[in-house]
Design a protein around this ligand. Structure first.
Ligand code: NAD
Length: 155
């Protein structure tokens, strides 16, 4: 069953029919979402910050690396949608989590944002959906946490 799911996902990626979800539209997630959309994938960006969602919908970028023209041109192609609604996770074929991992005083990353995002994925995942299994190189510190470690049972 899982083999079939992976084969289906591979096919969807190869013919750019896969819908990619980016959770967290900051310095990493926002340009990444645009890159997927510009390359022909359907993208749903999810962020808890309603002002960011509003700005993107209006074609206003809040990241200096992303010019408004680039955002507006991508929005025109109707491949990039943004929302605060985590139920959209059900529509995704692949999910990429780009939420903050701030370092504490002892230089260990705070992974509570990841835990929160993963729990939203867990609550909204659908049968047959694939999820990635490792979260590495968090703020330069390889925690190597797996989805199972932080609460997702992939069986
Ligand atoms: N910024 C960089 O140059 C850089 C470089 C390498 C790695 N990273 C890593 O990439 C990750 C993301 O960093 P960033 O700089 O893009 O962060 P950021 O603070 O710029 O953006 C994070 C976004 O996530 C959103 N968010 C927080 N919790 C959420 C949730 N539960 N659901 C949906 N959205 C949520 C925030 O509203 C924000 O828009 C971090 O782990 C960071 O260490 C960042």
């Amino acid at each position: 069953m899982r083999k079939n799911n992976i084969r289906n996902l591979k096919q969807k990626i190869e013919c750019k029919k896969a819908t990619v979800g980016i959770i967290g539209l900051g310095y990493v997630g926002f340009p990444l979402a645009l890159t997927f959309a510009k390359n022909g994938f359907g993208v749903i960006g999810i962020d808890i910050d309603k002002d960011r969602i509003k700005k993107i919908k209006k074609g206003i970028s809040y990241i200096t690396d992303v010019p408004n023209t680039e955002l507006k041109n991508t929005l025109k192609k109707k491949k990039f949608k943004v929302t605060q609604d985590v139920k959209s996770i059900k529509k995704l074929d692949a999910v990429i989590i780009c939420v903050p991992t701030p370092l504490g005083k002892d230089r260990t990353p705070d992974i509570s944002y990841i835990r929160e995002a993963v729990s939203k994925v867990k609550d909204n995942i659908r049968k047959g959906q694939n999820s990635c299994s490792r979260i590495d190189n968090i703020s330069g510190n390889d925690k190597g946490d797996t989805f199972a470690d932080i609460g997702i049972d992939r069986s």
